[in-house]
Ligand binder design. Structure first.
Ligand code: AHR
Length: 498
């Protein structure tokens, strides 16, 4: 049985803010579990339809998301990856142990050429994450030359001989990953020195501009950002922060993807919402060192992280994905939109089959997750102008936790349409939302909603469309200066208002 609660919100269309960079809707893929092998790469001889080994169904689904940017090859894997292993004749590539993720054999069948082709096929800009932890400045510099140089040099020639005549653009280059942990167990000052050393040799001289991305903090460590900005601020263009949502807050027993109760529902929402404070803390440090906002903050790993699905390899980080994940995705995108002035890229972890995935594959079948649907519904925010939302929502409390019952972000797109993304966090209560659009007349409003009956409803191969967006229909009503919305329990809606 559901009850209802009334909420008023104002879309401050009269107070436009920063542009929501398209890259804030970015993705991340790592050599981990079946994130690459099986998820993206099936090989040219596979019975699964493919383009040069890259599965066609996954590409087709991702093209609909308008993925702006994709980070590869890790994650922890990046600091053990040696790019030469992944170029040249596939049959001759070395087989290595993937020591980051379960010691499985890495065939290197998916390397630089395959990744760049994949990025091109889905229409995304490549964000290549280099190896600082176990690599050298020379190795990283040579990788960049191999990928981006048009010179008459040995490395550019090698690329040509390997089948790619034109250089690629690599607009984003990461310098290691989580250097405080799997990327080398470094202290902040030591990494700052490493970054300076690598940046001296890497990413210049081949005619294209590369955004140099320093590996940042665990979200809860602003001290890392402080040291990095003090010691290497002028050398870097962006620095990163990671924030994962684990329902129990413990990385040992994180909580299950399905079969949980309301206490884990609200703790998931609460831990996801913490990303707002994490960004605020790091942005405040950046504001001190860089008031002109030259340096971007990039949230290059975020999302839910549960215990692995029963019966799966724990190192593969495979987890089901449900309506709860959809809400986490929408709340996080709302938060990111609100920080558009500083956060210029974010990459959800991870694209296929790993953690909070867009797509789960099962042999030759694919399932689009509820998280996928949120990214598709939120597409109109890409490149739009962020506007503030004033929201007076009652709190949703359970036990010792309280979170807002409603969460929203808004923007104005290039055609002047107002876009409102709104989430009802209450699992059993309908929200009656009365939205006023400041400074605008309302002549037309359309929208869709994503919801489900159960808190742990998922899509799977038996019921791939169980959680899918539907038109808001009569739940969306226009009135002078605004719209009224009836939002079912545990739902995400996106409304376009003209
Ligand atoms: O996304 C999985 C892992 O989480 C990444 O490899 C690492 O950067 C983070 O700890």
């Amino acid at each position: 049985m559901t009850s209802s609660s009334g909420v008023g919100l104002i879309v401050r269309a009269d107070a436009p803010g920063a542009t929501i960079e398209r890259n804030v809707h970015g993705q991340f893929v790592e050599h981990l579990g079946s994130g690459v092998y099986g998820g993206i790469w099936v090989g040219e001889d596979s019975a699964i339809p493919n383009t040069h080994g890259i599965r066609a169904d996954v590409v087709e689904a991702l093209r609909r998301l308008h993925v702006p940017v994709i980070r590869w090859p890790g994650g922890c894997f990046a600091d053990r990856y040696h790019w030469r292993d992944g170029v040249g004749r596939r049959a001759a590539r070395p087989r290595r142990v993937n020591a980051s993720w379960g010691g499985v054999i890495e065939t290197n069948a998916f390397g630089s050429h395959e990744f760049m082709e994949f990025a091109e096929l889905i229409g995304a800009a490549p964000y290549v994450n280099g190896n600082v932890g176990s690599g050298s400045p020379q190795e990283m510099a040579e990788w960049v030359e191999y990928l981006t140089s048009d010179a008459d040099s040995e490395l550019a020639d090698l690329r040509r001989r390997n089948g790619r005549h034109m250089p690629w653009a690599v607009p984003y280059l990461g310098f290691g990953n989580e250097p405080w942990g799997c990327g080398g167990s470094m202290r902040a000052a030591a990494y700052a020195d490493e970054f300076r050393r690598f940046a001296t040799f890497v990413g210049t001289g081949h005619g294209s501009t590369i955004c140099r991305i320093a590996a940042g903090a665990d979200g809860e460590d602003p001290g890392w950002t402080e040291t990095l900005m003090a010691d290497a601020g002028p050398q870097l263009d962006a620095l990163t922060v990671h924030h994962y949502t684990m329902p129990t807050g413990s990385s040992k027993r994180k909580g299950a993807a399905t079969g949980f109760g309301e206490a884990e529902w609200i703790s998931t929402m609460s831990r996801c919402l913490r990303i707002d404070e994490v960004i605020r803390n790091h942005a405040a440090i950046l504001d001190r060192f860089d008031p002109a906002k030259r340096v971007a903050l990039i949230v290059d790993e975020w999302g839910t992280w549960y215990d692995p699905d029963p019966g799966t390899d724990p190192a593969a980080l495979r987890q089901q994905n449900g309506i709860r994940d959809a809400l986490v995705a929408a709340v996080t995108l709302n938060v990111l939109h609100g920080h558009a002035d500083r956060v210029r890229m974010a990459n959800i972890a991870q694209l296929v089959n790993v953690l909070q995935a867009m797509i789960l594959t099962d042999g030759d079948r694919i399932v689009l997750t509820p998280t996928y649907h949120v990214f598709e519904m939120y597409r109109p925010f890409q490149g739009a102008t962020s506007v503030p939302v004033e929201l007076e929502a009652p709190g949703y409390a359970l036990g010792d936790r309280t979170v807002p019952s409603l969460h929203a972000s808004a923007a104005i797109d290039g055609r002047g349409r107002r876009i409102l993304g709104v989430v009802n966090l209450l699992p059993f209560t309908t929200a009656e939302v009365s939205a006023r659009i400041a400074g605008a007349r309302v002549t037309r409003a359309t929208g869709r909603v994503l919801t489900a009956d159960e808190m742990d409803a998922v899509n799977d191969v038996e019921r791939p469309d169980a959680v899918s967006p539907l038109p808001l229909g009569t739940a969306l009503r226009m009135r002078p200066g605004g719209v009224d919305l009836e939002l079912p329990p545990k739902s995400v809606a996106v409304v376009q208002i003209e």
